[in-house]
Design a protein around this ligand. Structure first.
Ligand code: SF4
Length: 318
């Protein structure tokens, strides 16, 4: 296991003192960027699965999904503690009452020690966070909120039809941190239009905001999506695998060494694809990235020198 970046599995082991696994929960849902509230058609790369394709069918109750997933993880990984993970769609885009009911249903089991909630930056509100703060206080739960940002470049955000800009992410992140919850940012390092400068700015903004975890993805192109259509028409230029690796390494170098990296590359859905991970398995890409870190003798945080008055430090004034 590489020691050149903060690896998620080791972090979980250190934090909880034992193996902890996330149990994905899949709910029927939508997203304000699909139902017309902030946009229609969704992000240009989004398929109907709402970016949560590894889950059980959403017809099963929350309790049943937890029970089934728990049996699987116990058997396969000998896990003893779990985090309920609301993964697909926008899990706070619900009435407050419905949101509360879902969260409470997910923490009934005493082996659940935390909740992880995936949502959009424009679906974070104080009332929902206050409820989670009460729950944290009452049950001692670990609360973790995952925000899909994808890039800090607001021109690219507009191009991919995210329906929010950087400002909503900043707002959501500040509200989450105010309550002492953990935050996760999802970033795609090869969105069309983004360059190396955007990659560096992604790392710098995430570090400046003290985001706790980051999940890196490479863009995949699903057929019958807007992006798929653009790809068919030859309008999308993709970077090479070598360039992707270069971007991940650079991102890591600028990232705060305290930030935990949950993923270096996404897995991508099965089938119906035009493009996914350069037809290479995700673990092979992860291995290549780790080999490059060794070869270059570089590591996460090597260039994390830009916060807290860089000019003062550089001039030896402090
Ligand atoms: S925010 Fe997520 S669920 Fe909504 S359209 Fe974008 S990728 Fe799909």
């Amino acid at each position: 296991m590489s020691t050149r970046y903060r690896v998620y599995s080791s972090h979980l082991q250190e934090k909880f003192g034992e193996k902890v696994y996330k149990l994905p929960i899949n709910l029927p849902g939508t997203c304000p960027n699909r139902d017309g509230m902030v946009g229609t058609g969704g992000c240009i790369f989004c398929d109907e699965e709402g970016a949560g394709f590894e889950c059980l069918p959403n017809s099963l109750s929350i309790e049943k999904q937890i029970e089934k997933n728990k049996v699987f993880f116990k058997k396969r990984f000998n896990a003893g503690k779990f985090i309920s993970y609301f993964q697909a769609f926008t899990n706070t885009y619900l009435s407050l009452e419905q949101f509360k009911a879902n969260i409470l249903a997910s923490v009934k089991d005493q082996e659940i020690i935390g909740v992880s909630i995936s949502t959009r930056p424009d679906c974070i509100n104080d009332s929902y966070l206050d409820f989670l703060a009460e729950l944290k206080e009452a049950r001692g739960l670990n609360i973790n909120i995952e925000l899909g940002l994808q890039t800090v470049n607001y021109h690219t955000l507009e191009f991919v039809n995210r329906g929010h800009t950087l400002a909503e992410f900043l707002d959501a992140q500040l509200r989450i941190k105010k309550r002492g919850f953990e935050s996760v940012a999802h970033i795609i390092l090869n969105l069309p239009g983004d360059e190396m400068l955007d990659v560096i700015e992604n790392a710098k903004i995430i570090s400046a905001l003290q985001v706790d975890y980051v999940k890196l993805h490479s863009l995949y192109i699903v057929k019958e999506t807007k992006l798929g259509q653009m790809y068919e028409e030859g309008l999308i230029k993709l970077i090479s695998l070598e360039e992707y690796i270069e971007r991940v390494i650079t991102f890591m170098e600028y990232l705060d060494p305290a930030t935990v990296i949950q993923r270096l590359v996404g897995k991508g859905p099965q089938g119906n694809l035009y493009f996914c991970n350069w037809s290479t398995s995700w673990w092979k890409i992860k291995q290549l990235i780790e080999e490059f870190l060794e070869e270059r003798d570089t590591y996460q945080g090597k260039k994390f020198t830009y916060l807290n008055g860089k000019a003062l430090k550089n001039k030896n004034l402090i």
